[in-house]
Design a protein around this ligand. Structure first.
Ligand SMILES: Nc1ncnc2c1ncn2[C@@H]1O[C@H](COP(=O)(O)OP(=O)(O)OP(=O)(O)O)[C@@H](O)[C@H]1O
Length: 270
């Protein structure tokens, strides 16, 4: 297993109270090597807390997170992160931003530019190497951020609502690009979103989180007979969307009904 959360709880101290607040509680979840897992849930359910734990920026109060069987004790170059905000260096061109990842890896100067250009190509930004971030659109900046994370050549890509600030059309085209990049690179991706459509479109499995305390309500495997054409208009897409929407509203019994109706066991609680 690439990533394992084993009974992970994260508590924060609350000012003026001697009882801590559990941001996430007793989370157990496995992510396979090369899998694309989306994590969906409402604001405040603990998605970012889970991701922070996975980056090693914070440590669990109880439980353990393992990568390749080894407990996470701090950040590492095996995990690349893409945030909602672009976090690019404004004083560096696109290609120099991507090169930053290669500097961290100790790649010799000569090789850096060439490899950085390769990553810009991969994210569809050929010809934009010398643009500064302020000369790029929001979608392009996010492509540069993805290219920079890929330049570290991490095994795992962690994405915290990376497309949330983009307009709908740009978001859809970046989702498509991301799937293409994932297919090409075989990275393990954990992608956080509060959009059900986005979770269903991208994920091979969708982990559904509910708040107070943050828990994983269900993990829904997603598959389509074909991804040709307008996938979002596919009735099966609508079924997944509805199932997850219902889970988020805790109407679990009707979810069981919707799904068995079509004879596809989706691993949901009955
Ligand atoms: N450092 C902290 N100290 C105290 N409470 C915290 C801390 N970090 C997060 N929390 C609390 O933990 C809960 C989960 O927060 P988190 O940011 O993980 O949620 P989220 O699902 O990512 O939300 P959003 O979608 O709005 O980003 C929230 O109630 C938040 O107030």
């Amino acid at each position: 297993m690439k990533i394992e959360f084993v009974s992970v709880t994260k508590e924060f101290a609350v000012r003026g109270s001697d009882r801590p607040f559990a941001a996430v509680s007793d989370i157990s979840l496995d992510v396979a090597e090369g899998e694309f897992l989306t994590l969906v849930g409402p604001s405040g359910c603990g998605k970012s807390t889970l991701l922070d734990l996975l980056t090693g920026l914070t440590l669990p109060t109880r439980g353990e997170i393992r990568i390749d069987g080894v407990p996470v004790t701090g950040p590492g170059l095996d995990r690349g992160i893409v945030f909602q905000q672009y976090a690019l260096f404004p004083w560096r061109t696109a290609v120099a931003n991507v090169e930053f990842g290669l500097e961290a890896k100790g790649v010799p100067r000569r090789e850096r530019r060439e490899r950085a250009r390769g990553y810009l190509d991969l994210v569809g930004l050929r010809g934009f190497d010398e643009r500064y971030p302020h000369e790029l659109s929001g979608g392009m900046r996010q492509r540069v951020a993805i290219a920079r994370s890929l330049a570290y050549d991490p095994d795992i890509l962690l994405m915290d609502e990376p497309f949330a600030a983009l307009d709908a059309q740009t978001r859809e085209s970046l989702q498509e690009e991301l799937l293409r990049i994932w297919n090409k690179t075989g990275k393990t991706i954990v992608f956080i979103t509060h959009g059900i459509d986005e979770a269903v479109y991208l994920g091979q499995r969708v982990a559904v989180m509910t708040p107070s305390p943050g828990r994983i309500r269900a993990v829904v495997p997603v598959s389509f007979a074909s991804r040709e054409g307008d996938l979002r208009a596919d009735p099966v897409f609508g079924e997944y969307r509805h199932a997850i929407w219902t889970l988020l509203r805790e109407e679990v019994s009707s979810v069981g009904q919707t799904l068995t109706q079509h004879g596809r066991p989706l691993g949901l609680p009955a």
